[in-house]
Design a binder for this molecule. Structure first.
Ligand code: ZN
Length: 334
């Protein structure tokens, strides 16, 4: 069984983007968009999925994708707490519709209605709704809802505790995933995503906050940014600074969204196998084929097949680790 832990609904029907555009326009004085759900039909959803993620799943032999709203569109910096809540609940409801239409192929993962400078309580409530009422198995947490200005509380701050506690109580992990870079200094999927991935690992290490949250599990996407490549740097710094490298980071997991063989080989050579989960993030930021190999950049299963791991390790990477990190998956794997 092959479980892809990192997929977003990047191919939403036009009604979704139009609703968001109207919502943003309303912030500037335009008419407020319809208060109901997105104007999207089930047939439009089927068309967007069957020609997109489902087609690629089948081509690549992926059985199941953990599916969440498009990350770059979370846009937590837009408007205020109400803006974020109105947008987020609809996005999560849309993911639920996709997963209900294709229960054998997609399992729902939520975004949160975060908003800079506001309490995390809205996010806790939406997480509970998604898990308890809608059957979601995980959540994307944005540690920088300012969109690249980095002015909010770091992960070691008590600000986050209600969310960490709810995640442990509900037994769902969080993928630490930022959204669109509002700060033009960054390119969203290149510099911003990867520097964020690196930054949050170092925050976990230097603050040791996960030691106060004994059952919290976090996933860092995109292979952990620069973390595996600089594993020795962080180990060495830990000795020097008195940080507990193992204790502070042992429940941090990494996906395989790394788009060349040497990168995957390095990741698997450095990070213990039980802490790596197969992911591809298709159809994501790096679509298309590598002209040298003729394969899709994000066809990460090909790299795993070529990697120097045992059959048992490969099975862990493909599915066993995901089942451990996302225990609520069991309800979908009967
Ligand atoms: Zn992503």
């Amino acid at each position: 069984m092959i479980i892809d832990c990192h997929g977003h609904y990047t191919t939403t029907p036009p009604g979704v983007g139009a609703w968001r555009d109207a919502q943003v326009a309303a912030l500037g004085g335009g008419p407020v968009p319809d208060g109901g759900r997105f104007p999207v039909t089930d047939d439009e959803i089927r068309e967007s999925i069957e020609g997109g993620q489902l087609r690629v799943q089948r081509e690549r032999g992926i059985d199941l994708t953990l599916f969440s709203p498009r990350a770059s569109w979370m846009g937590h910096q837009v408007g205020d707490a109400t803006t974020s809540l109105d947008w987020t609940t609809r996005q999560n409801d849309l993911i639920k519709r996709v997963c209900d239409l294709y229960p054998a192929n997609f399992v729902p993962v939520a975004q949160l209605p975060q908003s800079p400078g506001t309490s995390i309580e809205n996010s806790v409530r939406e997480l509970r709704r998604c898990v308890d009422e809608l059957g979601f198995v995980g959540v994307n947490v944005n540690p920088d809802p300012t969109g690249g200005y980095w002015t909010g509380p770091d992960l070691g701050d008590r600000y986050w505790w209600p969310l960490w506690e709810a995640m442990q109580e509900l037994d769902v992990p969080g993928m630490l995933h930022v959204s669109q870079a509002e700060n033009p200094f960054f390119q969203t999927t290149g510099s911003y995503y990867l520097s964020a991935d690196t930054t949050f690992f170092v925050q976990a290490l230097s603050t040791g906050f996960m030691k106060d949250q004994p059952n919290l599990r976090l996933v860092i996407p995109h292979g952990g940014g620069a973390i595996p490549f600089h594993w020795g740097r962080f180990q060495g710094m830990s000795v020097r600074e008195g940080w507990d490298f193992e204790g502070s980071t042992e429940r941090i997991f990494f996906d395989t969204c790394v788009y060349h063989q040497p990168g995957i080989d390095l990741l698997l050579g450095v990070v213990p196998t039980e802490r790596v989960l197969f992911g591809s993030e298709m159809l994501g930021a790096v679509r298309g084929d590598n002209p040298t190999t003729g394969s899709g950049w994000d066809d990460t299963g090909k790299y795993l097949e070529a990697a120097n791991v045992t059959t048992e390790q490969r099975e862990r990477l493909y599915s066993a680790n995901a089942r451990t990190v996302y225990p609520r998956l069991a309800a979908y794997l009967t």
